[in-house]
Design a protein around this ligand. Structure first.
Ligand code: 4AZ
Length: 395
């Protein structure tokens, strides 16, 4: 065994230990306390810092007083003896309860949006990757709607301006990683017709405050992508904004970390997939809003078994499924992330690739296994630092 091999094994073991330790805590830590965020009279992001006095919903209904209900979100979320719209649970926007006949229902409020921040400072670097500015949510079986702050590396790839094609993940300020099968014309893809958005929570809405728009300067499809088996289903897009720059780090846009080469996570490890894909197999429409779902990693051998995918799984793929097959990626989520937490950061372990149906028994979601492509990504992007597998600073 030469030194390099010994070193790689050591690196893989140390990160696995870090991941296992983390997983054993069971609960996911908040990535960031929002204490540095002042209260707001207008809505930025999901409006969870809104402390203004609007007390009517979008339909014009009057809000009921929060104190009449059991509110499980703690004391620092702006609730009290009042009727003002608030977003204590990081829903899509501030809301309140209103009376509808005999029932009490939740309704969203229309809060004026805050003006865009004064020119944000730094671009992201590999040292700040994978940080989330918002608490994660795991409550709704089958996935939950989240704002982009929960998954700020999620990119939305469109054909021209309007036809949504695929998801992607921001791995460096100028690079979005996605799936090769998103581009059926292969090397003949007309990149001038592609646009990429970051910071987008709603697929059909323009969010002037949070979103950043890019054209595609270059596409790199994996040279051994197999259109039949979906082996090597991975692609890189080099993005460019209208002023010639790349992504700017904000609460809604940041890079995800890349795991060191050949890192293996324990079977059953809980990860998250996210995207704008369909909410059920065979459904007509893509989801209007970003969703995320928690899925657990399957062992390679279980995924290769007969009632599951048998010989369809290559070593470049990994499988994940929700508890009791309840959550999954679906059509339209392709290219999007499978992220797993370690040391308070999110690492990109998979790219949504394929599956038979969605959330079907014995048919897990199949993801391109990112740790097989560190070298390919480093060569394509010319950014070895992002992929060489250094341990990231502890948060
Ligand atoms: C698709 O067609 C697709 N259930 C993506 C993921 C899965 C199925 C289909 C996994 O883009």
């Amino acid at each position: 065994m030469n030194l390099l091999v010994i070193f790689s094994i050591f690196a893989a073991i140390s990160i696995e230990v870090a991941f296992s330790k983390n997983q054993s805590k069971k609960t996911l830590r908040h990535m960031h306390s929002n204490q540095d965020n002042p209260s707001e009279e207008c809505q930025s992001g999901d409006g969870s810092h809104y402390r203004g006095i609007i007390s009517r919903t979008k339909t014009g209904a009057h809000c009921l007083n929060w104190k009449r209900f059991k509110n499980p979100w703690g004391t620092s979320v702006g609730l009290g003896n009042h009727r003002y719209c608030r977003n204590p649970d990081h829903s899509l926007m501030p809301w309140c309860r209103v009376r509808r006949g005999k029932r009490v229902v939740r309704e969203f409020c229309d809060i004026p949006k805050c003006p865009p921040p004064v020119k944000p400072a730094a671009v992201d670097t590999e040292l700040t990757c994978g940080e989330m500015s918002q608490q994660m949510m795991y409550r709704i079986v089958g996935g939950s709607f989240v704002t982009i702050q929960s998954q700020p590396w999620v990119a939305a790839i469109f054909h021209r301006r309007s036809k949504f094609i695929c998801g992607g993940s921001l791995i460096a300020p100028c690079w979005v990683l996605t799936a090769a099968h998103c581009f059926p014309n292969g090397p003949g893809t007309d990149i001038q017709r592609l646009s990429v958005f970051l910071g987008k929570s709603a697929i059909n809405e323009t969010d002037d405050v949070n979103e950043q728009k890019f054209t595609v300067e270059k596409i790199i499809l994996h040279q051994e992508y197999n259109t039949t088996t979906y082996d090597n289903d991975i692609a890189l897009l080099k993005i460019k904004s209208s002023d010639g720059g790349c992504a700017i780090q904000t609460k809604s846009t940041r890079t995800v970390c890349l795991p060191p080469p050949n890192t293996q996570l324990p079977v059953g490890f809980q990860c998250i997939t996210a995207g704008f894909g369909k909410e059920r197999s065979g459904g007509w429409e893509y989801s209007a809003y970003l969703k995320q779902a928690s899925v657990n990693l399957l062992s390679q051998s279980d995924c290769k078994k007969d009632p599951v995918y048998d010989s369809l799984i290559t070593d470049n793929m990994l499988c994940a499924a929700g508890p009791n097959w309840s959550t999954d990626a679906c059509e339209g989520d392709s290219g999007g992330p499978l992220v797993c937490e370690a040391s308070g950061r999110m690492f990109l372990f998979g790219v949504v690739s394929w599956g038979i149906g969605c959330a079907q028994q014995n048919k897990p979601g199949v993801y391109t296994a990112l740790t097989k492509y560190n070298k390919w990504i480093a060569e394509g992007t010319d950014l070895p630092k992002y992929t060489e597998g250094v341990m990231y600073p502890q948060k």
